[in-house]
Ligand binder design. Structure first.
Ligand code: FRU
Length: 503
């Protein structure tokens, strides 16, 4: 787990040194499990998306980056850009831990454009003070061209002195900046004195001078021990606050991972600057999804991208010496429809040149079969199945003689499930149960199951078509695994089945 800090402060980190290292070492990365259409680091370790923003016509994605190892370490900000949110171009490292106020790491944060310049607001983890304590403070960097960043002289722009009483100086991080009625605000994660998570709100007229505004939302003992990476936005008339929570307790099939990305929906009272939650929900029902961050693009879309990993897991690409770890999800558009959050994958246009052929209607009864033309380990599988005569359908993905990843639908329980217990390399976690399977009950009965399943070299993202359920997980087959087959009890009528390979 992250938490340790830079113990190698005798080494001088700099963006130049990191860029040189990347140029010299990116060729050493083993591509076996490297995702082909998901953002990944050129070499080294990636965690949270940071500074996700549209600037000068391109989508920019920054990320928590340790270039020198496939493990978490002194945090830099990696940087890439894209025009279609699927094909990413690496750019030079944006931030390195090279100042007293961020020497122990440039932690997560966000970006905003002001007067044609791009600003990054991020957490600096300071050098140890005389008591050996590292504080977390908020810092600002600015760029004219969106590539080269300069940290401002006023840093830290939100020092620990700006904390309210009863807030930790050690857990104070991950500012997400936004504009509201002509004022800049940032939500920042904080640990309260009673070991609970809370979100603080700060305000500024110019991004440089900040004032404490409020405790925006305070958690209780049943809501985890620390919240991280908050994100705040309005979605179709609802105020939404996303925060990944450490140790949010399990609740039936929900929150099965030790840490979960939570969406609170409610209303902000801008007179008191407090968020009043009406409901909480888990954003993703898979095994590997954390710290999502969103932007609103020039088409008015609220687009969210998450880290497609989970803390506390073993990371095979590290242990196998592949010299990289970490990937982002495909971007999702968030919508608030019919009183519910919906998440729709975007970017399929970018891989649809080679749109798979829809197979003719196929009926299967109590059998295990494959469908001609439906096979592959990297691409999009779409299915529309009439389930009126179905008991259970299991979709075997990434299948070879010994291994398979299973997505299943149990009609009587109206349950969608994911199982990677036979997927390949064993994945362990800090949870009490092995992190190998999850399930979720779909809302509303229907005689149709529609799925869009995105497969990449080491990931599976399952979207239930109406956008209500997403399950994101990693898999590491140990041998080539391109098979796809369907096992059903009862009758499954495949009205649509396509596989669009990613090229
Ligand atoms: C979340 C997180 C953040 C922190 C970053 C450090 O995954 O713990 O709170 O800024 O990772 O890399």
């Amino acid at each position: 787990m992250r938490g340790s800090v830079n113990t190698q402060s005798q080494l001088a980190y700099s963006a130049d040194r990191a860029n040189q290292y990347i140029a010299e070492n990116k060729g050493t990365v083993n591509p076996l499990y490297r995702n082909r259409y998901h953002a990944s680091p050129p070499v080294g370790w990636m965690n949270d998306p940071n500074g996700f923003v549209q600037f000068q016509g391109a989508y920019h994605l920054f990320y928590q980056f340790h270039p020198y190892d496939a493990k978490w370490g002194p945090m830099h900000w990696g940087h890439m850009k894209s025009t279609d949110l699927i094909h990413w171009e690496d750019l030079p490292v944006a931030l390195a831990p090279d100042q007293a106020y961020d020497r122990s790491g440039c932690f997560s944060g966000s970006a905003i454009e002001r007067d044609g310049k791009l600003y990054l607001l991020y957490t600096g983890v300071t050098e140890a003070n005389e008591e050996g304590v590292h504080h977390q403070v908020q810092c600002l960097a600015v760029s004219e061209d969106g590539v080269n960043f300069e940290k401002v002289q006023q840093n830290p722009v939100i020092p620990v002195a700006a904390l309210p009483a009863d807030a930790s100086q050690i857990d104070f991080r991950d500012p997400k900046v936004f504009e509201h009625e002509g004022m800049y605000y940032t939500v920042v994660a904080s640990k309260a004195g009673d070991e609970t998570g809370q979100i603080l709100l700060y305000q500024s007229a110019d991004l440089v001078e900040w004032q404490f505004a409020s405790v925006f939302l305070k958690g209780n003992k049943e809501q985890g021990i620390m919240w991280e990476c908050p994100d705040f936005f309005r979605l179709n008339g609802k105020d939404c606050l996303i925060f990944p929570a450490m140790q949010w307790p399990q609740d039936g099939d929900d929150y099965q991972n030790l840490n979960a990305s939570v969406l609170a929906v409610g209303e902000v009272d801008w007179a008191t600057k407090q968020f009043h939650p009406e409901s909480y929900q888990e954003l993703d029902h898979g095994l590997d999804y954390y710290a999502p961050q969103s932007l609103e693009d020039d088409k008015g879309r609220r687009i969210c991208i998450g880290w497609m990993q989970m803390w506390g897991r073993n990371f095979p690409t590290d242990t196998l010496g592949h010299n990289w770890t970490g990937s982002m999800t495909i971007p999702r558009e968030l919508k608030w429809e019919d009183g519910k959050l919906k998440q729709y994958p975007i970017g399929i246009e970018a891989i649809a040149d080679n749109q798979g052929e829809n197979s003719p209607v196929i009926t299967m009864v109590d059998t295990k079969e494959s469908i001609p033309g439906i096979a592959g380990d990297c691409g999009l599988l779409t299915l529309k199945v009439d389930t009126s005569g179905l008991e259970k359908l299991s979709i075997h993905l990434r299948e070879n003689e010994n291994e398979r990843t299973v997505v299943y639908y149990d009609k009587a329980k109206n349950e969608l499930g994911f199982d990677r217990s036979a997927s390949g390399i064993e994945l362990k976690g800090e949870e009490a149960h092995p992190p190998v399977s999850r399930k979720v009950t779909l809302s509303g009965k229907s005689d149709h199951l529609e799925l869009a399943i995105y497969l990449d070299s080491s990931s599976v993202e399952v979207f239930e078509k109406n956008g209500e359920v997403v399950m994101t997980s990693n898999v590491y087959p140990t041998a080539e695994a391109k098979g796809i087959s369907f096992e059903c009890s009862g009758k499954a009528v495949f009205e649509e089945a396509t596989f669009t390979p990613f090229i």
